[in-house]
Design a protein around this ligand. Sequence first.
Ligand code: APR
Length: 244
Amino acid sequence: MVLDDVLLKYMQTAVRVVVLTGAGVSAESGVPTFRQAQTGLWAQYDPHDLATPQAFQRNPALVWEWYAWRRDLVSKAQPNPAHLALAELAQRVDQFALITQNVDNLHQRAGSQNVIELHGNITRIKCADDGRIVTNWPESDETPPKCPDCDHYLRPDVVWFGENLPRGALERAIQLARDCDLFFSIGTSALVQPAASLPLLAVENGAVLVEINPDQTPLTRYADYALHGPAGEVLPALVQAVWG
Ligand code: APR
């Protein structure tokens, strides 16, 4: 892979580096991207019809089961070289922040710390009523299980379509995007707001924008560097080229 020397220099000298990731970063771990067709039993459902508060209200058992299936899928998946390269990048640069739209916990399992989770984390469960995180609940045949404190249903701690982002996460992400020298948008279709506006905010404030994605996105034309390839190949190559 031929990498631009000027880009390598930017990576070497940047003080504040911010990375935004999307489902494409986990594609090489075998986690289907959100817009990919589902398989098996779930093929007949559109994720956009399951990941909403209305869907949960209509059929809580169906939504719980879908997330249980996805939780099982991500627990069996392993972080890939892209996740590992990002954990390494954090060690190399002065100030580093990782913002993700992914809920699969793979960045954290690869060793990344202080990940800003814009859309929550599928491995956490919370009370559907007051949002408190719950780690244990009594065994029962009920689906979904009930909150041990208040008897409301439990649900995954993820952001559904139409819900607000976790308090503080977006504000932090905006601040980081505004203040950085170098911004990477990796494995995201850059279609879903407000995450999609973060790279543009960085560009408006003078940052160099790098996109890593095998395909074009609406962001590509704003990118200083559009690296068209799988993140699991491009990221390790970049880290290797700069730091050996
Ligand atoms: N490396 C890098 N990018 C890849 C790879 C790969 N190996 N494989 C696929 N991609 C790219 C695709 O080309 C696509 O542009 O990853 C992107 C995935 O896009 P989406 O499925 O739209 O995922 P994302 O951008 O994370 O979606 C944002 O929208 O549906 C909601 O809440 C959901 O968090 C999700 C959000």
